[in-house]
Design a binder for this molecule. Structure first.
Ligand code: SF4
Length: 407
């Protein structure tokens, strides 16, 4: 297929495809799916070999958020029966993080619900990072606290944070349909603040909220322009008790096409399969590893993932290997850009532009999103016949509970 030959050639050179080529990936048929995966796999192996980076989520503060992100089980008015608790103490968070690191995680993601942190919250996270790094100085820490105010990113950087997560989630055009309490521009601003402070930017999207193919391509190109070093691809988990509970628009094949499109647009960027992996890719998860080079280990923020050992077995069985603490994730030229940005205190992007931001990141799949209901945009694909709510399992173990995590 000419399209895939073109995309492969561009990806191997680290070039970004055209918007039309990205849209064409989403329009491929199921008969072409393995060819799409194989083409994206060549690009993935060119820049990331057979390594899989493991990330581990620690939900520092769960539920009771005043924001109204429609995809989120922690949102204002959510009836989802998730765990609700206020800030974990540093030693509690460090214990949770230790389980993930022991399971093979290279990065720990510290997440708290809420619009954004107070300066006191930054102090709490500073203490938590110190406790984690005391136990394991090599662990990468990504912080996800929502919208940042001036100087908070600098404080997190000085306290030892390596990265900041704030997802754009969906296109600028549809953002107002999923959230009313903050804007797409707010999200862009926070990503820029994090980048400007020298933190690695982790920013991604949620698919399956009723968005169009054009929306997906828009947000993925926006993330490339922002210079996100890591792009988490969440697949909406339609929690009962949230506005998007009935949004079952994804098939495993659709998820793989979306991952491939994200890979072609971000050939040399970390692409992470985030929340919804088990729910939507299901038995096709190993094919996702041929496209993405990063996943979460074990559970998500408010929902359960498959057992951490099952993640490790899947990686091994599929012929991949867990990325070690001493191995660089990004290719050298991307790492140089990131380091230059950190040294200069400015945003450094692969594609030159910088920008983006947002509230707390739903990476880790506590989400649901409502774009279609609010915009009347046509679904990109026929929904599945069944609402597979039986696949959504609320997290009842790990951080905030007396039970051990499943990492
Ligand atoms: S995504 Fe973050 S800001 Fe939005 S409702 Fe959920 S916890 Fe709150």
């Amino acid at each position: 297929m000419d399209l895939l030959d073109t995309l492969t050639a561009k990806g191997l050179r680290g070039e970004v495809p055209t918007r039309e080529e990205a849209l064409a990936v989403l329009a491929t048929t199921d008969d072409e799916l393995l060819d799409v995966v194989a083409a994206a796999g060549k690009v993935r192996r060119r820049w990331f070999g057979r390594r899989v980076k493991l990330n581990y989520l620690v939900n520092l503060k769960s539920g009771l958020c005043p924001e109204d992100c429609s995809y989120c089980s922690q949102r204002l008015g959510s009836k989802a029966e998730i765990l609700k608790y206020t800030w974990l103490k540093p030693d509690q968070a460090a214990d949770a993080a230790r389980a993930g690191v022991a399971g093979g995680a290279k990065r720990v993601c510290l997440v708290a619900s809420g619009r954004g942190p107070t300066d006191r919250d930054i102090d709490r996270v500073t203490d938590t990072m110190a406790a984690i790094k005391e136990a394991d100085p090599a662990v990468e820490i990504c912080v996800c606290l929502g919208l940042l105010s001036d100087n908070q990113a600098e404080r997190l950087k000085a306290a030892g944070a390596d990265a900041y997560n704030h997802n754009l989630n969906t296109s600028e055009n549809t953002y107002g349909a999923i959230t009313k309490t903050h804007t797409y521009a707010d999200r862009v601003d926070t990503v820029q603040k994090a980048h400007g402070a020298g933190l690695s930017a982790c920013s991604g999207l949620i698919a399956g909220m009723g968005e169009t193919d054009e929306d997906l391509v828009d947000v993925v190109f926006a993330l490339r322009e922002l210079g996100s070093d890591s792009v988490p691809v969440n697949f909406l988990i339609p929690f009962e008790g949230t506005p998007l509970a009935k949004e079952w628009n994804l098939t495993p094949q659709r998820c793989l096409r979306i991952l491939a499109m994200v890979r072609f647009v971000n050939p040399d960027t970390e692409v992470r399969i985030a929340g919804g992996r088990e729910v939507h890719l299901r038995t096709m998860q190993p094919l996702g590893l041929h496209i993405a080079n990063s996943i979460f280990l074990g559970d998500y923020l408010t929902s359960e993932g498959q057992a951490g050992q099952a993640d490790l077995d899947m990686i091994k069985d599929a012929g991949f290997e867990v990325e070690g603490a001493g191995e660089a994730t990004l290719p050298r030229h991307r790492a140089d850009i990131a380091e230059a940005a950190q040294a200069g205190g400015g945003c450094g992007t692969a594609a030159s532009a910088c920008g983006s931001g947002g509230g707390c990141g739903p990476c880790g799949g506590h989400s649901h999103a409502p774009a279609q209901a609010a915009t009347d945009a046509p679904a990109a694909e026929e929904p599945e016949d069944e609402l597979r709510s039986d696949l959504v399992k609320v997290r009842r173990r790990g951080a905030g509970t007396e039970l051990a995590p499943n990492a």
